[in-house]
Design a protein around this ligand. Structure first.
Ligand code: NAD
Ligand code: TYD
Length: 343
């Protein structure tokens, strides 16, 4: 694979920049490139949170409150930008199992609007942040980029559809689209519906950790800043029309992850409560990251350090998560986990 000449960029549109990974990417860009101006376009859905961008200095950053499916809003936000990096998504598998309409509106129709506008405005790069979940489950080994996508839940299917549209724009119109497929990402500012922040914050409160099925499903864990550096490298040095896997190299069973965080918090194992499994729960995700490693990327954060840092962050930043758990998340938690935990 030929290495692309690194592109210099002055103004970058980050859609979904008020979410977990998007906000980390905004911080990454601003601290890495002193000349870059970042425009964030975010709908501020339940998982979008202005608190995630509190540390960001306003000098080289502007925020637009809007929807990626709104073409007028996308057109004006994109003006003067060299590139768009799309993080905007409905991102939670369990919610997609309750209803997929929002997932299709944002992850498919919204992505289409971004692609249409990027084509009209002749952007130099469009990077679609996607997920290893598009491949589906794998018992042994690891998926390579050329393997077929076989998503098995509505979230993953909607992400696959968005990616495929992107690649279609590349082939039909020559739009310089790139796709990254990252593995399960962890770190500060992750909305507490995802397993790690849910379990950490529950364990801080000595509340049960609802572990699905036999607890032996496997995920590969990628520290959020490593995910950001990989996306940035693909944006600048990747080849348009290509897909890049991103793996953290930390494969763990969910039960092992739960034990690690309980140890870090000196909390008892008895908090683990096995609950009814997620329907169609993918057993294992694993991707081969040789292609992005050949561009010069490798993950820097060791698992033990990343976990310790993440647990400490949640311990020290109750101001951030407690208002979420007492506010918008509470209704979901009670409705979704109430019946599971009462059995
Ligand atoms: P998140 O749910 O924390 O953030 C999503 C953000 O998108 C929020 O700020 C939300 O307000 C915004 N948004 C949602 N719909 C929008 C719309 N229609 N228009 C504008 N903004 C909208 O998600 P995350 O975990 O940060 O994931 C970011 C991206 O990375 C997603 O595309 C996801 O599929 C992908 N990804 C996530 C992981 C992971 O483990 N979290 C792993 C691989 C890939
Ligand atoms: P999640 O954070 O939802 O990410 P994904 O489904 O995208 O991988 O879940 C990670 C793993 O943790 C997955 O195997 C499901 C499991 N899990 C639980 O056991 N209990 C929970 O309450 C949640 C949210 C997830």
């Amino acid at each position: 694979m030929p290495m692309q000449k690194e592109l210099a960029m002055k103004r970058i549109l980050v859609t979904g920049g008020a979410g977990f990974i998007g906000s980390a990417f905004v911080r990454f860009l601003l601290r890495t490139y002193p000349e870059v101006h970042v425009v964030v376009l975010d709908k501020l859905t339940y998982s979008g949170n202005p608190d995630n961008l509190k540390e960001v200095c306003p000098d080289r950053y502007s925020f637009v409150h809007g929807d990626i499916a709104d073409s007028l809003c996308v057109a004006s936000s994109m003006q003067g930008c060299d590139a768009v990096v799309n993080f905007a998504a409905e991102s939670h598998v369990d919610r997609s199992l309750e209803g997929a309409a929002d997932f299709i509106n944002t992850n498919v129709a919204g992505v289409n609007v971004l692609l249409e506008q990027a084509l009209l405005q002749n952007l130099r790069r469009v990077l679609l942040v996607s997920t290893d979940e598009v491949y589906g489950s794998i018992e042994t080994g690891a998926f390579k980029e050329e393997d077929s996508v076989k998503p098995r839940n509505p979230y993953a299917a909607s992400k696959a559809a968005g990616e495929l549209l992107g690649m279609a724009y590349f082939h039909s119109h020559g739009l310089p689209v790139l796709v990254t497929r990252g593995s399960n990402t962890y770190g500060p500012y992750q909305y507490p519906e995802k397993v790690l922040p849910l379990f950490i914050t529950n364990a801080i409160d000595r509340s049960p950790l609802p572990l699905y099925g036999d607890g032996r499903n496997m995920r590969d864990w990628l520290y959020v800043d490593d995910h950001c550096s990989a996306i940035d490298l693909v944006l600048r040095s990747g080849e348009p029309g290509q897909v890049y896997n991103i793996a953290g190299g930390n494969e763990r069973e969910n039960i092992a992850v739960a034990h690690t965080l309980l140890e870090l918090l000196h909390a008892p194992e008895s908090l683990i409560q096995y609950v009814k499994d997620r329907p169609g729960h993918d057993r294992r995700y694993a991707v081969d990251a040789a292609k992005i490693r050949a561009l010069g990327w490798s993950p820097r954060m060791p698992w033990a350090v990343g976990m310790a840092h993440t647990v400490t962050w949640y311990r020290e930043n109750e101001w951030w998560w407690r208002k979420i758990k007492d506010g918008s998340f509470r209704e979901y938690y009670e409705r979704f986990y109430g019946p599971l935990l009462s059995k």
